[in-house]
Design a protein around this ligand. Sequence first.
Ligand code: CA
Length: 235
Amino acid sequence: MATPGPRILLVEDEASIAEPFAKLLTREGFETTVARTAAEALELARQTDPHLVLLDLMLPDGDGRDVARALRVDSDLPIIMVTARGTESDRIVGLELGADDYVVKPFSGAEVIARIRAVLRRTQREEPGATTVRIEDLVVDLSARIATLGGAELELSKKEFDLLAELVRHAGTVVKREDLMSRVWDENWFGSTKTLDVHMGWLRRKLGDDPADPRYVHTVRGVGFRFAAPEEGSP
Ligand code: CA
């Protein structure tokens, strides 16, 4: 099976643009999700944890700039803004919000794909070694899927590693229980989240973490979990 490509969230309400463009993205090797409203964009961004968002400015239930603002509250997720207007002031507003690039409709698919690849290359290059996270004695190599604690490799099941990876990718910030459920278990979990607690228990044990006085995994009651930030544990 081919390695899954970068995840792209395409936020576009016009089906005549979204459908052919989503097909093109998929053909080019991207894992593509389409959102048709601002509300859907925020929900799907949370669920799919995309590598890049292609964001239409004018949405039926709101303004793409508000979506960009909301997405950027706690992440530096790459965003390419799309607008039909392309006036200078829109361009400036888009870039002021921290959008990484800007395209004007009507656009050619090939052009936007080239821009997407350029932004992904740039954002990856800015974080060398981003695939390896070091927190105290713990080293997690996200691409090789290996975790070591004090130099000794941890024996983790697939789900335990996925859970650890999701937590360390967001080290220092709270990851909500429902987000862990949807990202690690690929589903919305409306019922019991016992599975999550069971796996978290196993992971904590392997990390040598005492839930009453944790070094790595902190419980945020009623919300989720926060993994210690890299600089946090040093005395
Ligand atoms: Ca639109």
